[in-house]
Design a binder for this molecule. Structure first.
Ligand code: PLP
Length: 349
C-alpha cells in the first residue's frame, strides 16, 4: 500500500508548487504592493509574456482554466453565436456549461473526433452545415493544445485550421492548459504555435505546469481584448492581491522553468509508455506526444492496479489515464511500471 502523499499519476494537478513559482511568490510577499494588478509584479509578468511570445499581446490573469476559457470564448461571441469544439474538449465535457453561461447562451457545437483533434474539413462542415436564421451562427473555433488525449497539433495542422477560420470568418481560440507540454513536444517557439499560426486568443495554463493556481489569457488581436478586464471583474476573476497570481509567472517565464518542467513531464510519459508496450493486453490508445499516456487494458487488471494503491482516471474512452507532472519522480514511474508488470503476471498465472 502506498502512503497518502506518495506521488500518483492520476492528474498533473495532483502536483505541488515548483521551486521557481514558490520563490517568486515568496519574493512578492515582502511588504505591500498596489492591488488589482497595479503592481510591479503584474507588469513584469505581462512583459515576460510579451518577450516570450515576441509580440505586444494583451495579457490577463484568471484563477483557473475554466474561467479563462469561458471568459475568452465569451469575448469572441455574441449570445446568438456558436463555438465549434471537439467532442472531448474540456470546454464541452468539464466546465459545467461555463462557456455557455458566461457568453449568455452561445452554443457549443461539438464535433465527433477520433482522438480529440479538430480538422479543417470537420470545421468547414460544421460551420457551413446551417446558415439559416434558426441556428446559432458559428463564430469561433476552440482547440485544445495538446488535446485532452495528449495529441499535439503540429504547425501545419494549426495553419490549415486557421486558414479555414479566416476564410469562414471564425475566430480561433486555443485552450493551452498544457501549452508548455505542446511547446516542448514540437520544439517550436510560443510565437510559432500561436499568433504566427493564426491563433487569436490563448489560455496559457500555469496550474498543471507547477504553479499554485492561475492561467494567463493572451490576446494577439488587441481589438478582441476590448473591455476584457470588465468581463474578468464581473465574473469574480479580478484578484485584488493580483501580485500573487502574477509573480509565479515571472518565476516560471524568466527562468525558463515553464519549458524545462514540461520537457521533464513529457519525457516521463514517453519513458513510461516505452517501458510497458510489450505487455500482453495492454494497448496505447493514442500516440504519446505530450505528458499523458492512455492505456486500454482489461478491467480486472485496472482493479488490481488500484488495489496496489494506484489512482488513475478512466473517463476518456474507458482506458486508464496516467498524467506526468513537472515533478514526476522517476522512482515512482519505475514503481508503476513494476506493478503493471506484476498484475500482468498475476493475470497470466
Ligand atoms: C485542466 C484543464 C483546464 C482547466 O481546468 P481548471 O480545473 O478549471 O483549472 C482547461 N482545459 C483543459 C484541457 C484542462 O486539462
Amino acid at each position: 500500500m502506498t502512503s497518502d502523499d506518495a506521488q500518483q499519476f492520476a492528474s498533473d494537478n495532483y502536483s505541488g508548487i515548483c521551486p521557481e513559482a514558490w520563490a517568486a511568490m515568496e519574493a512578492a510577499n515582502r511588504g505591500h504592493a498596489p492591488a488589482y494588478g497595479e503592481d510591479a509584479w503584474t507588469n513584469r509578468a505581462a512583459d515576460a509574456f510579451r518577450a516570450l511570445f515576441e509580440t505586444p499581446c494583451q495579457v490577463f490573469f484568471a484563477f483557473n482554466g475554466t474561467a479563462a476559457n469561458a471568459l475568452a470564448l465569451a469575448s469572441l461571441c455574441q449570445s446568438y453565436h456558436s463555438v465549434i469544439c471537439a467532442d472531448s474538449a474540456h470546454v464541452e465535457t468539464d466546465e459545467c456549461g461555463a462557456p455557455e453561461f458566461f457568453s449568455n447562451g452561445s452554443k457549443l457545437l461539438s464535433v465527433r473526433t477520433a482522438s480529440g483533434k479538430l480538422t479543417p474539413e470537420a470545421i468547414r462542415a460544421t460551420a457551413t452545415n446551417r446558415t439559416d436564421i434558426h441556428f446559432p451562427k458559428p463564430r469561433v473555433v476552440t482547440l485544445t493544445q495538446p488535446t485532452e488525449t495528449g495529441q499535439v497539433y503540429d504547425l501545419a495542422e494549426l495553419r490549415a485550421i486557421s486558414s479555414v477560420c479566416r476564410e469562414l470568418g471564425l475566430s480561433l481560440h486555443m485552450d493551452g492548459a498544457r501549452f508548455a507540454n505542446a511547446c516542448a513536444s514540437l520544439g517550436c517557439s510560443p510565437a510559432e504555435m500561436t499568433w504566427q499560426a493564426g491563433i487569436d486568443v490563448l489560455c496559457f495554463g500555469g496550474t498543471k505546469n507547477g504553479m499554485h493556481a492561475g492561467e494567463a489569457v493572451l490576446f494577439f488581436n488587441a481589438a478582441l481584448a476590448e473591455d476584457f478586464g470588465y468581463r474578468c471583474k464581473q465574473a469574480g476573476q479580478l484578484a485584488s492581491k493580483m501580485r500573487f497570481l502574477a509573480a509565479p509567472w515571472v518565476g516560471m517565464l524568466e527562468s525558463g522553468a515553464w519549458l524545462s518542467h514540461a520537457r521533464h513531464a513529457n519525457a516521463c510519459a514517453r519513458g513510461f509508455a516505452a517501458a510497458i508496450t510489450d505487455l500482453p493486453e495492454v494497448e496505447l490508445m493514442f500516440p504519446v506526444q505530450a505528458n499523458g499516456v492512455f492505456l486500454r487494458m482489461p478491467p480486472d487488471r485496472m482493479e488490481a492496479l488500484r488495489r496496489r494503491g494506484w489512482r488513475f482516471y478512466t473517463f476518456i474512452g474507458g482506458g486508464a489515464r496516467f498524467m506526468f507532472a513537472w515533478d514526476a519522480d522517476p522512482a515512482r514511474v519505475e514503481a508503476l511500471i513494476r506493478d503493471l508488470r506484476a498484475v500482468a503476471r498475476d493475470r497470466a498465472a
